[in-house]
Design a protein around this ligand. Structure first.
Ligand code: AFD
Ligand code: MN
Ligand code: MN
Length: 430
């Protein structure tokens, strides 16, 4: 396969910016030194902070009103991987792709794995899909999947999840993410307890098929597509189910799936404490499950969440090994640009959280000095870590300015003839 983003182009761009970056990096290094922080130690931490790209995020999303496709959108899984590789070449923190089945189903999974290997990509958590009916499907999920009142429907949904595990094994993944759209639209429609009993029964059958080294991520969501009640509506229900299922089952936190104003960082702390934090779907939101770009609205909240994660990392909290993924819908931007920006924004929050002086913070907490404790967090949050992010990318072979470099590559234009539009401008949230 031909090189889509030319490494020389990245180098050329970097050459133009590297002098001023060196200066900024050195200056920031001196500033941090005065706070007792070694910049080289901080930058090294980024080596192990990697964020998976959702395969479905590479296509233009949409709302239930319309979808406005862009040019040269990926038309199949291979092309989605090409876009993921382009993102990773520029940012160097996204070497994993989280696939969604059956959307990403291909005839030959081994071929897909080889294709990914050649692009230096690996596969993150496998997402199953029982929230839609597929062409030719025997039973409909209109009234639920894993929790449906009909055993036949439940069995079909269980079978799909077990297949996802099988496919994931070929791809080298080690986790299954289960998000269901099951719930109800009117009070009285569904018996809350019986529905959850059915969920647990179905999930325990899926759980039995997990290989020893696999985990099962249970993703909750407060509403949508069910608008009165959702079976796995919040982290409480999800963690109860994870505890019921066993140690391989954990709770996945999608930042957009909570009630408004919920203290998400505290949920994260609780899940860590009980070794039940599976990982994240990063995105941002203003009103609900908006799936906006990470760090575009509530950057302080994102920082506070990452602060809990860094705290757990430094404490070496038992069983702490969260998977990081983006889960966004890009309706008006080029998805590649949004995913570039978003991965860097999550990295940014992580870096800032690394700057918190945890000894000092602990001291303020022990003295009940609320104001200084808050100021300690703010000091880290208000530090501009852009030079560290850019330096990390440059040293790793990525772009100092990934968006400018991407734009100068004319990526979409160059691919326009190879990826003709499929004219699918139908509505739908993807
Ligand atoms: C849902 C969830 C989930 C799922 C996705 C499908 O966030 O992770 O896989 O949308 O598009 O809202
Ligand atoms: Mn999600
Ligand atoms: Mn969502």
């Amino acid at each position: 396969m031909k090189e889509i983003i030319d490494q020389n182009l990245i180098q050329d761009h970097n050459l133009k910016n590297s002098k001023s970056l060196e200066k900024d990096f050195e200056f920031l290094g001196e500033q941090l030194q005065q706070r007792g922080i070694r910049i080289e130690e901080i930058i090294q931490k980024l080596d192990s902070f990697m964020i998976a790209i959702p395969s479905w995020g590479t296509g233009t999303g949409g709302t239930r009103f319309a979808r406005f496709p862009g040019i040269a959108e990926p038309r199949n899984t291979f092309e989605k991987l090409e876009d993921c590789s382009t993102i990773n070449k520029l940012v160097r923190c996204c070497p994993m792709v989280s696939p969604h089945f059956p959307w990403d189903k291909v005839d030959d999974l081994k071929e897909l794995k080889e294709f990914a290997d050649n692009l230096e990509l690996s596969f993150g958590s496998i997402n199953s899909n029982t929230f839609q009916d597929q062409p030719g499907q025997t039973h409909s999920y209109k009234f639920g999947s894993l929790t449906n009142v009909s055993k036949e429907v439940r069995n079909q949904a269980i079978k799909h999840n077990v297949e996802c595990i099988e496919w994931g094994k070929v791809l080298g993944s080690d986790s299954l993410t289960v998000w269901i759209g099951d719930g109800s639209n009117l009070p009285g429609q569904q018996h809350f307890t019986h529905a959850l009993e059915r969920y647990l029964d179905s999930c325990s059958q899926i759980y039995e098929s997990l290989p020893d080294n696999w985990q099962m991520y249970l993703e909750h969501k407060m509403f949508e597509p069910a608008f009165y009640s959702t079976v796995i509506q919040d982290w409480g229900t999800s963690v109860l189910c994870a505890m019921e299922l066993g140690p391989k089952a954990k709770s996945l936190v999608d930042l957009g799936h909570h009630a408004p104003n919920v203290n998400i960082e505290m949920i994260v702390a609780r899940l860590i404490q009980f070794q039940k934090l599976a990982g994240f779907h990063f995105n941002d939101s203003k009103y609900g499950d908006d799936d906006l770009d990470s760090g575009s609205i509530n950057t302080y909240q994102q920082f506070l969440i990452l602060n809990e994660l860094v705290d757990a990392e430094y404490r070496k909290a038992k069983g702490f090994n969260p998977a990081y993924m983006l889960d966004q819908s890009h309706n008006v931007t080029d998805p590649i640009e949004s995913l570039i920006n978003s991965s860097v924004e999550v990295q940014r929050s992580y870096l800032k959280a690394l700057l918190v002086n945890r000894e000092k913070l602990q001291g303020y907490q022990d003295e009940n000095d609320a104001l200084m404790a808050s100021n300690e967090l703010k000091l880290a949050y208000n530090t501009d870590v852009s030079p560290i992010l850019a330096m990390y990318r440059m040293r790793a072979g990525g772009a100092i300015d990934p968006i400018a470099t991407y734009r100068s590559a004319n990526y979409r234009k160059n691919l326009e003839s190879a990826r003709p539009s499929t004219n699918s401008n139908s509505s739908g949230i993807v």
